[in-house]
Design a protein around this ligand. Structure first.
Ligand code: ATP
Ligand code: MG
Length: 594
């Protein structure tokens, strides 16, 4: 697919008009000195997201958060209201004896109490950890124990369904705050209080204490795509990355209506569903509902969303529904669409242009990086299929192994994507796994991402696959992304995932799992045709030798295809940790706790 160029007019309205010049001139030190600090000089995420917006930028009256409930109601929280509510919540925590460094977990649907609770807890200098509300009791317990959870914010329904059975065994838990009203069965239970009580009996004035930028703020568990989820620790100073990436990669401006579709249970939903938009002073949309193409288009239309941050899985699902559905809505307010989480197939970019009249801007980052690291910035030409270029302030490279050490790869040579340390939102540890953390860094000061990529002569980075997913066949290294992108260009295919299947002659051969678009049925003929199509596009050495049609592909709750699970099932091996597996009706072993 050809380059998508940006006009001078488009560039001139971007926060970052000239990538090369900005990249050259940018330093984190300078950005930090310009950033609004706490009056005491420290940095606190909640201070920047809320207090500074009211006290320094006079945005008190502006809508900070617009909540769209599942059933279609809407309520607005101004920055002043968030300020007041988070102050009360922080005071409430103080009354409960909760303070600096205490583990504060949220097991919540996307409801306003989650946002107030998180920001109030950060003001109180607790360490905030969000959990997906669809987790079952065991993964909840494992994470709460690892993160020394003292306070849990949840709903009455989730408390009864998931916490009651494990509560006695949770070693650090002192208090459960119930977001909705306490019904009779919960009144009088020691340690259980209602959100309303915490807020109503607390003062509206709270002065956020001086916070060191290196103080722990967030504990995020990785998606568990490649194995057991790891708990990545982030500090308050990360807020600088959230702010800067919001300005540069998402192009946030004061007048924007921003919608990040991710759940805060995944790092994207916290970094970009809460911190980045608020620190940039925009109005952010929070939708309580689950994915539904029609509902989403209605939100874009009704809320006049200008900047939309979503994920490839959702985009592929929308593609499956067809672009005619989009045309029934007015999405003309949209200025920018961005995507993260998985590689964005060129086919998806093509579709974005047809359906919304806008290209989708892919960007790359991880739980460990805390914020966007590589992006197709709005003022930059897009090479479809590429993740883009490094954020100003970030040095990225491709490393290869040489004599038990790492050296930088040549242009276009494949290797491991690495980032020069440090940057503000870099993780400061894997909780309880010090050795594993150390292994992420080379002696030369690079962070190893675990992803394979290449860099072209224009400094654009191209994702190849996770190191664990790369297929070795007859002396070739095959990246799943290339094969999957080619497959989904076939009109019958909605989604594709490929794995390496052991082969006595070739070491591995490519096996593809695909789901079909409406109107297509699995048949020997169709599979043969798809294989022919892939061979033409990719050549016989890279094209799949086997194709299996599935109703759905296993994916994490953050929307990532779990190739390791496909492989384990193919080979009859243990499935490993599946705590983050999205409930799939075809997987009988997973209990539905929703
Ligand atoms: P785990 O580390 O537990 O296996 P995970 O790596 O999926 O899970 P996240 O931190 O949520 O957990 O995801 C980061 C990973 O997602 C990246 O390392 C990369 O493999 C993939 N990813 C994110 N954005 C992109 C992108 N734009 N293109 C390609 N891959 C991406
Ligand atoms: Mg990972």
């Amino acid at each position: 697919m050809p380059l998508i160029t940006k006009s001078d007019a488009q560039k001139s309205v971007s926060n970052m008009r000239d990538y090369e010049a900005t990249y050259k001139g940018f330093t984190w030190e300078a950005a930090k000195s310009e950033f609004v600090h706490m009056p005491s000089g420290g940095m606190n995420i909640a201070y920047s997201a809320v207090d500074a917006q009211v006290e320094k930028f006079s945005r008190g009256k502006k809508t900070a958060l617009r909540w769209c409930s599942k059933s279609g109601e809407q309520s607005d929280f101004s920055y002043a209201k968030l300020f007041e509510q988070t102050n009360r919540f922080a005071n409430g925590l103080a009354r409960l004896g909760i303070g600096k460094g205490d583990g504060f977990f949220a097991l919540m649907p996307r409801q306003p109490e989650l946002y107030i609770g998180m920001l109030g807890a950060l003001k109180r200098q607790c360490v905030f950890s969000p959990l997906f509300s669809a987790f079952g009791p065991e993964p909840i317990k494992a994470r709460m124990d690892l993160g020394c959870c003292k306070v849990l914010l949840t709903t009455a329904h989730l408390y009864k369904r998931k916490i009651v059975t494990i509560k006695e065994s949770l070693k650090d838990l002192r208090c459960v705050i119930i977001a909705d009203e306490l019904d009779q069965s919960l009144v009088g239970i020691p340690g259980v209080v209602s959100f309303r009580d915490v807020i109503e009996h607390s003062d509206a004035d709270y002065i956020t204490r001086s916070t060191d930028p290196e103080d722990n703020a967030l504990l995020h568990f990785t998606s568990g795509t490649t194995g057991l989820p790891k708990g990545a620790i982030h500090v308050h100073g990360a807020v600088l990355s959230h702010y800067v990436t919001g300005r540069f990669a998402l192009d946030l401006k004061e007048e924007d209506v921003f919608w990040c579709t991710a759940d805060p249970g995944w790092v994207t939903g916290t970094s970009y569903g809460i911190i980045s938009p608020l620190t940039n002073g925009v109005t952010m949309i929070v939708d309580e509902g689950e994915f539904d193409a029609e509902r989403w288009y209605e939100i874009l239309d009704k809320q006049k969303v200008t900047v939309w941050y979503t994920a490839p899985t959702a985009i592929r699902m929308m593609m499956k529904m067809g672009e005619d559905l989009v045309k029934q809505f007015d999405t003309s307010s949209l200025k920018l669409i961005a995507s993260v989480g998985e590689p964005l197939n060129p086919e998806a970019i093509r579709w974005g242009l047809k359906a919304f009249g806008l290209p989708i801007h892919d960007n790359w980052w991880q739980t460990e990086t805390g914020g966007i690291m590589i992006a197709n910035f709005p003022s930059m030409d897009i090479k479809p299929g590429s993740m883009g270029k490094p954020l100003p302030g970030v040095t990225a490279t491709i490393l290869k192994n040489k004599n038990a050490d790492y050296v930088e790869a040549e242009i276009d040579e494949e290797g491991e994507l690495a980032l020069k340390v440090p940057w503000p939102s870099m993780f400061r540890g894997y909780l309880g796994q010090e050795e594993r953390y150390k292994k992420c860094f080379t002696s030369g000061g690079w962070y190893l991402s675990g992803d394979l990529a290449r860099k072209d002569s224009d400094n654009y980075f191209w994702f190849i696959g996770r190191a664990d997913d790369v297929i070795k066949s007859a002396g070739h290294l095959i990246g799943p992304f290339e094969v999957e992108s080619a497959l989904i260009e076939h009109e019958a295919i909605a989604e594709a995932a490929v794995i390496g299947k052991p082969d006595p002659m070739l070491m591995e051969v490519v096996k593809a799992y695909v789901t079909l678009n409406d109107g297509y049925l699995d048949s020997e003929n169709l599979r043969r045709e798809i294989m022919g199509f892939a061979r033409k596009k990719l050549g016989p050495a890279v094209a799949p030798r086997e194709i299996e049609v599935k109703d759905s592909l296993p994916r994490t709750r953050s929307g990532k295809i779990m190739r390791r699970l496909l492989k384990a099932r193919e080979l009859g091996l243990p499935e490993g940790d599946i705590s983050t597996l999205e409930i799939d009706p075809t997987v009988a072993k997973v209990k539905n706790y929703d």
